[in-house]
Design a protein around this ligand. Sequence first.
Ligand code: ZN
Length: 559
Amino acid sequence: MNRQRELTDLLNRLGYEYYVLDNPSVEDKEYDRLYDELKALERESGEVYFDSPTRRVGGEPIKAFARHEHVERLYSLDKAVTDDELSAFFTRVSKVCPSPVYTVEYKFDGLTVCLTYDRGKFVRATTRGNGTVGEDVTAQALTIKSFPMTISYQGLLEVRGEAIIRLSVLEEYNKRAAEPLKNARNAAAGAIRNLDPAVTAKRKPEIYFYDVNYMSEPVVHSQTEAMDFLRKEGFKVYDFLRVCVSPEEVKNAVDEIEIERKHIDVLTDGAVIKLNDFAYRDAMGFTDKFPRFALAFKFEAEEKVTTVKDVVWQVGRTGKLTPLGILEPVDLGGATVKKATLNNFGDIQKKDVKIGSKVLIRRSNEVIPEILGTVEHAEGASVVEKPTVCPYCGAPVLENGANLFCPNEDCKPRVVAALAHFASKDAMDIEGFSEMTAGQCYEVLGLRTFSDLYALDDAALSRLDGFKEKKIKNLLSAIQKSKQIPLDRLIFALGVGGIGKVASKDLVEAFPSLEALCSATEEELLSLENIGEITAKNIVSYFADERTGRSFPAFSRSA
Ligand SMILES: [Zn+2]
């Protein structure tokens, strides 16, 4: 066998171990080395095999999603939320099926995708859409490595799975994102339904497969066989499937999921119950909307109604104004909630939120609860005005799309947030320089830039409340120590839009000094794998800004 074929097969096997089995047998470095060797061979031969892993990095952004008609309609499931509704389902089944066997699995909360294979090869990926027609998301799906390019089954096949973003991955992503994503479901849907496959790749979605939707020559006859088939063909399958022979066993399995789901790394909103035997499924048939042989049992969402007392505007380090709803305190999933997020002014209008409105709030497994919508307006509820000036510094705000920005770079919350990010653990790691300290330094000492931070001394710090000898000494030494931090951490600390920890490392590899990075052109930056167009523009305009030059700490310039 030629080396290129051999490497393609080997890398596919290693990718399968890594992405599907979560059980890699070689170190990342070794994988990267083999990958580079394959890339070189492909350049040399001018040929890229159909199943080459180098095809799975995402292509160019697309203009629009093509529509695609599914071979077989993708039904959504009928829902039950009470035990009575569940019992009614068992009754309906028992009228048609003498001794039904059920399967129970997790219902993941992401975006449903459908993959088509023909003659053993991956053809396309589509969203469910309205069930009959979906959107072609092949370019986006290719960046996800939870499924094979080739399979042994040779007929026409459509399989179905849920694209998700792990909660831990979302948390990591949000730590370094200029625009944090609010919940895992939106994050997954936004990753797949994004015209730029590079964005899909960056959010690291995965797909768990759970259904064989169509098979031209059926070789599976039950849900358990379908899951075995998927697993055997190399699809990622979540390792939980209960086979139940009585309603009691089904209820136990549902309870098990309701408890366990709080501990797993994937957002779930229920359990899916299906008749295992496909012959029984045929006997049960469909309503005009749903299959009669399956049911989604949805757990009670953590949602409450409360009153909006006020809407305040927060200014972040990019200057973006974000509205925050101040709520009548309410207990939600064991915690007292007093605030909830809204995205921007457009979101307030869309959800018709007024001061005095009763709103529905929800907390999923994520950070701050969100306001889902307005339930009713109290008498005298007042409209939330769109701010024309920054609530902190009074500068006239700028509008950019749906968002409002304070353009004043000296605006206190902007400076304080930027300084706090600069000093944070993952950035310059200046222990003792909290957001509160940053605020004091801003007010009392007129601290504005990163460079000012390195000019702090004994005399200055002793003017701050609560700063005694020891605290001053510790902070000054932490500031000194931060000068030794590697360049990539400094670049991350600067807080340029789109530059997270990973991108900072990539940048330093390509531009080993700050001077080199300062003079990098947009084209040079775009040639890096993890840098997209907007980020490249951000970098160039950041370093072109003369203010930035003043803001740099002096030590960061190499001799
Ligand atoms: Zn301002």
